[in-house]
Design a protein around this ligand. Sequence first.
Ligand code: SAM
Length: 343
Amino acid sequence: MTSSVRDRLGRPLGSLRVSVTDRCNMRCSYCMPEAEYEWLPRAQILTFEEITRLVGVFAGLGVAKVRLTGGEPLLRHDLDQLVRMIHANRRVTDQALTTNGVLLAQHAARLKAAGLGRVTVSLDTLRPDRMERFARTARHADVLAGIGAAQGAGFDRLKINTVVVRGFNDDELGDLIEFARARDAEVRFIEYMDVGGATRWSLDRVVSQREVLDRLGHRYGSITAITGDDPHAPAERFALPDGTTFGIIASTTAPFCRACDRSRITADGQWLLCLYAESGVDLREPLRSGASDDALAAVITAGWEGRTDRGAEARLAVPEREPLYRVSGLRADPHREMHTRGG
Ligand code: SAM
């Protein structure tokens, strides 16, 4: 079912990404490169009951897809309880998790039992030394164990997210495809985006969809575009000559704003209508001051009906493109951080 709530460009209120924490146990240089961060005050973080209630209101408006993210969502204690609470809502037919995988091995089976349907693990490199330099963590083996555990737990369609950064991991594209293929997973190459915390972004470090296809074509031969997928999905999917599939999320060089049906809630209840949005709608305040579900639904409906955002397209039109924010701008409002708004 598609929501009947439409924005000003006719885009339905679609999948909801819920950031359950702004904390992370990695420091990827394209997301959290700084030494210090401003964290959201603990008292403002939504409880599981509050998140479940908000998800219920969105589901009542036709949202069937929910993805838990962060920060690193598995840092939130007892996340399987939240999964179970959301799973109890029969309108939510697709509940997924995006994780860096460090803690996944110890949680995969419990998350599956609680009703989690799908998992995406972020993995940018197969080389532990590169991960250590680029993401300041020595836990590469734990990530691989997490991927193995997710596979063993029997989630549908395991995905691997890889942000491609020139000079860091752009020589591993084929190896990552092979890695995913061996695990019955699908890799999705993500173009490096100039979002929130990406203060070290520069256009010359972006490896475009075109270049990824050229390089893979060189190694594997002719690549075919897959058609007929969900028109709102961010990834375009492709097949190698042997049928192995992979995706590319070309948010930087070929944005898909026209089809974007996603919104996201930060861990403290700000509702953002675009990954690039300067600010969002505060849902925590009405939630905590006793608003009814109908009143919350009215706030959400009005917000979505006024939506005109096409943030990635607007960025594409910027002539001398630089990072969206400097550190001072992120400190002034940590809601601008990718790890706060949930990637
Ligand atoms: N910690 C979890 C993880 O690593 O998957 C969830 C949050 S993370 C912000 C979600 C996704 O955003 C990850 O796949 C990450 O690689 C991606 N991401 C973060 N910064 C990005 C950037 N500047 N460009 C493209 N993707 C980015």
